[in-house]
Ligand binder design. Sequence first.
Ligand code: BDR
Ligand code: CA
Length: 312
Amino acid sequence: VKHILLDVDTGVDDALALIYAVKSKKLYIEGITTVFGNVDVQQATDNTLRVLALAQPRYDIPVAMGANAPLFRPRRENVTAIHGANGLAGYELPQSGQSLVDERASDFIVRKVREQAHDITLVFTGRLTNLAVALAKDPSIAQKAKLVLMGGAVKVPGNTTPVSEANIHGDPEAAHRVFESGIPITMVGLDVTGKAKFGETHFHELMNGFTDEQAALKAFMHHIFTFSFEASERLNEGKNRLMHDPLAIAVVEDASFVEMENYYVYIETKGQLSSGATLVDFRAPQSRTNASVCMRVREEAFLQHYIRTVLS
Ligand code: BDR
Ligand code: CA
């Protein structure tokens, strides 16, 4: 079992990732921290608690709220076209009875990494703001933990700008600090998550697999995928949902879903048009690297694994 700390900006695909991580028998979630991004941090936190209550109503995973803005920039608008007004495609999940831990996300991360007796993997599926703050508070956590992040675009276009992916573009200075911190990084970027397309066939397979006891989860996932299919059709991107954040969880569970290559990845923070780009040094030889970059994915194997795990 791998021990993980999750940081999310819940969000449609963060919600899909949370459900999957909770159901995974190979992962032990030590805690969850929240950040602005798809929605503001209060909404992301509320969404996280509601999704947790749906997926695992035991209230035993601590949740800490984090940053509501980038380190040095104003926060952008919520991404309502893709995530709906409330971040969960407009679906009203029941409120959760769980209270937050009385600690900032960055302090929670520092404490958990310091205290842990196991190897711990930080899994970030939103902006890297909370980790940048945690590293400023205690730079030594870079030597004690590993990071798997959903973010960046290497050999493919960005999704927020022609060259930048949303999670890096949303706080480039935080990403820069994290990439220069020395923490071992696995980068699960658009090169692979853009291929992980959950389509109609997968949808029917998932819906047909739920038992009667799983009716609430089924209804939620039905809504999330239907909304996502409509959103991607509106953007002329076909009838599918890109499984960005769930793929990051899968890579922690089983790295054989992807092929990685080691590079030095620079984060552009100053560019007028390229802010938030992940610039990868493809020049040989690679004497100095800071990230294992996912270049290829066995998408169908991953999608089948996702469905099996959620139904388990
Ligand atoms: C990333 O941006 C967010 O909208 C998604 O949740 C995902 O983490 C994809 O670029
Ligand atoms: Ca996300």
